[in-house]
Design a protein around this ligand. Structure first.
Ligand SMILES: [Ca+2]
Length: 251
């Protein structure tokens, strides 16, 4: 499965840039595409990302559009279950004292310049991955001391150029069966986040496994192993006994 995922990994940082040759000055000109209008999720119909009725301006966001998923009155949180148009940026959580979510399911796929989870004071934004592929530039968790960003990486692949948090208590990435892929050697950052509790495996009942340039060339890959072998929500000597008994039973 991991190899299947790898086939989808986007490694071209110039993907979103327009590259043109200027005949007048004999030079190559690189520009970012224009940024369009912000599209705001309202979820008035259902959870479908591609249903125009779920967007405040009755328009599904495209590659030039920043997208906002707000807390507050939204009756349905968005869910991406297929390959949808890439978007300019994604901000989840702009309303104080509200939790906001985006779910990526098996088969879902989207790429975005940059992502912010928890983008206002006292807001919380959660990216909930049960499968699929989410590709972003910077993944920002929290923007001030009271905002909070969370990623539940239950399956699928989340690729970011890097991860950032406003402070040690403004964000959490919880990995179970998913993979976090970062550009270049970010082992120091990953171990620092692990030490501060910002990166955990199986909600704390597991171990993070990470490498650079091993499972994927030029990338840092983070995954998780559960240590709760008997699945009773505790990691203790019973799990060790179960592990040893199975290990000794191997032919
Ligand atoms: Ca256990």
């Amino acid at each position: 499965m991991f190899d299947e995922y790898m086939g989808w990994i986007e490694t071209d940082p110039n993907k979103y840039l327009n590259v043109a040759y200027d005949d007048t000055y004999n030079e190559t000109v690189v520009t970012a595409p224009p940024i369009g209008a912000t599209r705001t999720w309202d979820g008035s119909e259902n959870r479908s990302w591609t249903n125009v009725s779920n967007w405040a301006t009755y328009t599904v966001p495209g590659v030039s559009n920043p997208v906002v998923v707000d807390g507050g009155d939204t009756p349905n949180w968005p869910q991406i279950i297929s390959s949808v148009s890439n978007i300019e940026s994604l901000t989840i959580g702009t309303v104080a004292d509200a939790n906001s979510y985006l779910g990526i399911e098996l088969g879902g796929k989207i790429a975005v310049h940059n992502t912010t989870l928890g983008a206002a004071a006292d807001s919380k934004g959660t990216l909930w991955m049960a499968g699929g592929y989410y590709v972003t530039g910077i993944l920002q968790l929290g923007v001030d001391a009271t905002s909070y960003g969370q990623v539940n990486l239950y399956d699928g692949v989340l690729q970011a150029t890097t991860i950032q948090r406003e402070a040690v208590d403004t964000g959490l990435i919880n990995i179970t069966q998913g993979r976090l892929v970062l550009t270049g050697d970010q082992l120091n950052k990953v171990s620092g986040w692990e030490a501060n509790g910002n990166l955990v495996a199986y909600g704390g009942f597991g171990e993070l496994v990470y490498d650079y340039d091993d499972r994927l060339a030029g990338m840092t890959v983070v995954s998780a192993i559960s240590m709760d072998f008997n699945k009773d929500d505790a990691v203790d000597v019973e799990d060790l006994a179960l592990f040893v008994s199975r290990w000794l039973a191997q032919p």
